[in-house]
Design a protein around this ligand. Structure first.
Ligand code: G3I
Length: 337
């Protein structure tokens, strides 16, 4: 059996993965997960669309299965994500008369967060309260002057939807760590926006504890120096940081996949990049206190299917759950640290 990465990284960098309830129902896959990972996050099961069945109605079955599995093995659980523009509980936005008023949407969101965070109170140690509220990567995208995405939340409630969400989460579980989570979090514009957000929230007496760096990387993007700068800049705000969704694609663009098969050279380059990134995180372990990969193995990566099929083989284990060169590189980095 390949050595456990969670054990090798140990307390220096708590290591976990995004999982699904279906994976845990398969005994062989469940055993693999329990061996390799020390922290879990639900890839989809704790999103609004998965949990919400209407006002005050919930389906917690898959999310509870993941939390129970983790707790039986003393693995901390991250909660992902309370408010996002994708996979929202779309019933919240309308009623019989059409689009709801601001007051109604605020009340529905507050109730949702109170119920969900309350349900998992004491069992989820950190929440991604708001996911991907800013965006600077698509020039044509609808954003406000601050770069805030014109999601339905932002449009109906205004930028205060973020403060409302953090307040509600803090009230529902005073002990859970509250994170803002985003992709491209090394982009200086996004770093500045996140720092501004944190300062505004704190000036209003709203608690925010950390920033989640998604880190869906390509083979050469982003530059590690930019990642290092972002971590240092955010640490200066007194924030905890987690790398929440790491994967390293074999390609570099979001459109079209030139690479259709994994060659030994590509897998080696990917392995080196994984090692460089893990080394960077280990060198900043006073600032970054968790690393999670977004999927347990290449067979289960989101990139295979969403938003369009892509071949990227972006994870540490292959389609048969066997270790890839990237696994060996991370293991070596962990052991050398
Ligand atoms: O489960 C349904 C199935 O019943 C249905 O037949 C099928 C048809 O579309 O869809 C299935 O749901 C899909 C779900 O993944 C489970 O596979 C959704 O359509 C699909 O949209 C969803 O994609 C997820 C994606 O977020 C979309 O929101 C990915 O699994 C998930 O990995 C991805 O995760 C996000 C993070 O939450 C935030 N950061 C980026 C990251 C990657 O996109």
């Amino acid at each position: 059996e390949p050595a456990s990465l969670a054990q090798a990284l140990g307390k220096r960098l708590p290591f976990g993965a995004a999982v699904t309830a279906a994976q845990l129902r398969d005994p062989a896959v469940a055993a693999f997960i329990a061996h390799q990972f020390g922290m879990l996050v639900a890839e989809n099961a704790m999103k609004q669309e998965s949990l919400s069945r209407g006002e005050g109605r919930y389906d917690f079955a898959d999310a509870d299965a993941i939390v129970d599995f983790a707790r039986q093995r003393s693995m901390p659980v991250r909660g992902h994500a309370l408010v996002w523009h994708h996979q929202a509980a779309n019933w919240m936005f309308t009623d019989g008369a059409g689009e709801v008023s601001r007051a109604t949407l605020v009340a529905r969101l507050e109730r949702y967060i109170a119920d969900v965070v309350g349900h998992f109170r004491g069992r989820v140690f950190a929440w991604d309260v708001v996911n991907e509220a800013f965006q600077f990567d698509e020039p044509d995208a609808q954003t406000d002057a601050a770069g805030m995405r014109m999601s339905t939340w932002r449009r109906i409630i205004g930028p205060e939807f973020i403060a409302i969400a953090f307040r509600a989460a803090a009230k529902a579980d005073p002990d859970a760590l509250l994170f803002y989570n985003d992709y491209e979090s090394q982009n200086p514009k996004k770093v500045a926006a996140m720092r501004g957000l944190v300062r505004d929230l704190r000036a209003d007496g709203v608690r925010i504890d950390g920033i989640g760096h998604q880190m869906h990387c390509g083979r050469v993007w982003p530059k590690l120096a930019d990642v290092a700068d972002a971590i240092d800049a955010l640490a200066a705000e007194g924030l905890r940081q987690h790398v929440t969704e790491l994967d390293i694609a074999l390609n570099d663009t979001l459109t079209g996949s030139a690479v259709q098969a994994a060659t030994p050279e590509l897998l080696q380059a990917q392995a080196q990049r994984y090692a460089e990134l893990v080394n960077l995180l280990l060198s900043r372990r006073d600032k970054v206190s968790a690393l999670l990969v977004w999927g347990i193995a290449d067979a289960y990566s989101w990139l295979l299917g969403w938003p369009q099929p892509r071949f990227e083989a972006p994870l540490l284990f292959d389609t048969r759950l066997q270790p890839k060169p990237a696994y060996h590189a991370v293991l070596a980095a962990a052991r050398a640290a």
